[in-house]
Write a protein that binds this ligand. Sequence first.
Ligand code: DX5
Ligand code: ZN
Length: 210
Amino acid sequence: MVKIAPSLLSADFSKLAEEVASVSSADWLHFDIMDGHFVPTLTFGPIVMKALREKSKLFFDAHLMVRTPERHIRSFVDAGADLITVHAEASTHLHRYLHTIRDYGIKAGVSINPGTSEKLLEPVLSDADVILVMSVNPGWSGQKFIPSTLPKIRWLRNNFSGIIEVDGGITPENAKEAVTAGADVLVAGSAVFKRPDRTAAIAALRAACE
Ligand code: DX5
Ligand code: ZN
């Protein structure tokens, strides 16, 4: 069954604990970590994750959109991440970073931008627990899903036995296409946090995939 991962980036940051409580019917909570270098925008760091860790039982999914992910792995482990995902484009020693993450006893993920080939991941397919396919260019929520992502998900489904996560522009209208292509986890920022009833928004995404 599909898992839904609301992205905190679209939440109201003046009341984060309440926002997190409002998505307790989801499966994962997605944290978009941006450094102003790998992507132009800045968001938040492990301090925010740590503060929320005691408020939620959801699986904490750290998506590191940062230029030197290896510097931040340990602090997200300490903050309570269940999964840390690094970008292939930012990882000079991707194989090593994936094993560093796994050695902490949590899941290791690798992400690719829309302009990056999925075939680049072939040498590390057995070293990753999760592959996060970006379906928008990272940096902002509220963008439109890029359909050329779908064949990439299909190739990965045929070649990777782990978890495939899709991130960006997911709505009840395109959720099923992503799942049919092979996605296991759908990240949704606007489609959950920009709706007044989050439980209904999460249910609508699940229902769309049936
Ligand atoms: C984009 C982030 C996404 C984003 C998703 O850089 O990685 O997780 O928050 O937001 P929506 O679902 O609104 O595209
Ligand atoms: Zn993300």
